[in-house]
Design a protein around this ligand. Structure first.
Ligand SMILES: [Fe+2]
Ligand SMILES: [Fe+2]
Length: 213
């Protein structure tokens, strides 16, 4: 389906996810969408960049409703092979199947950059693009998230902005902080850590400039 009209594309996808997701997940996705719209304005994205980010927001959890066995069956159906790293960190599976699902069912709307936003929204990765970072952050801090970690990251990001730090610095700082919290949580749960989470953290730690914050 391709209308070529930005509002129609987004309204069409909103209807799609309303039919496919349970209410709790639907409200989370709409909240990520609204957070992405806010971030797109803060980061002065072009109309097309904002459109891509909003499409990725609507589709990022499209397969989240499947449990591990469901994810494996869905991957088979979509013709993709799940890597061991993802199978060992089951919370990352929906990002992999979500990318493939979005590509298969909405090929006219989902370009390769949008695929990557969806693919890395859970783990991050080394050298993330701006769109990848914005979806990752929006997913973590959207206002319906009430977990302590989410509140802390939200306050860290908006707190840095309100102190006059640059938006790009604030984004990297908040993501790095969120990755540290995620890693601590995974260690506490005795859970396997996906290598991309570590790579994402190490990359930001090496590149963020704390001297000019
Ligand atoms: Fe997700
Ligand atoms: Fe999400």
């Amino acid at each position: 389906m391709k209308t070529g009209d930005i509002m129609n594309d987004l309204e069409f996808l909103k209807e799609e996810i309303k039919n496919k997701l349970d209410n709790y997940r639907y409200l989370h996705v709409i909240s990520v969408y609204e957070e992405c719209a806010k971030l797109a304005d803060i980061f002065k994205l072009s109309k097309n960049q904002k459109h891509d980010l909003l499409i990725s927001a609507l589709l990022h959890d499209i397969t989240k409703g499947y449990d591990k066995h469901g994810q494996i069956a869905l991957a088979k159906e979509l013709g993709i092979t799940l890597k061991k790293d993802n199978l060992l960190s089951p919370k990352t599976l929906h990002a992999v199947t979500g990318e493939a699902y979005a590509k298969k069912y909405y090929p006219d709307l989902v370009k390769s950059n949008i695929c990557r936003y969806i693919r890395y929204h859970t783990t991050g990765r080394a050298n993330m693009s701006l769109g990848e970072k914005l979806l990752y952050l929006a997913d973590y801090i959207e206002p319906t998230r009430k977990f302590d970690d989410c509140i802390q990251v939200r306050e860290r990001f908006y707190g840095a902005l309100s102190k006059g730090k640059s938006s790009f610095w604030s984004l990297d700082d908040a993501i790095l902080f969120s990755l540290d919290l995620t890693l601590k949580q995974l260690i506490e749960e005795n859970a396997v850590i996906h290598p991309d989470t570590v790579k994402s953290r190490n990359y930001l730690l090496r590149t963020i400039d704390y001297s000019s914050k």
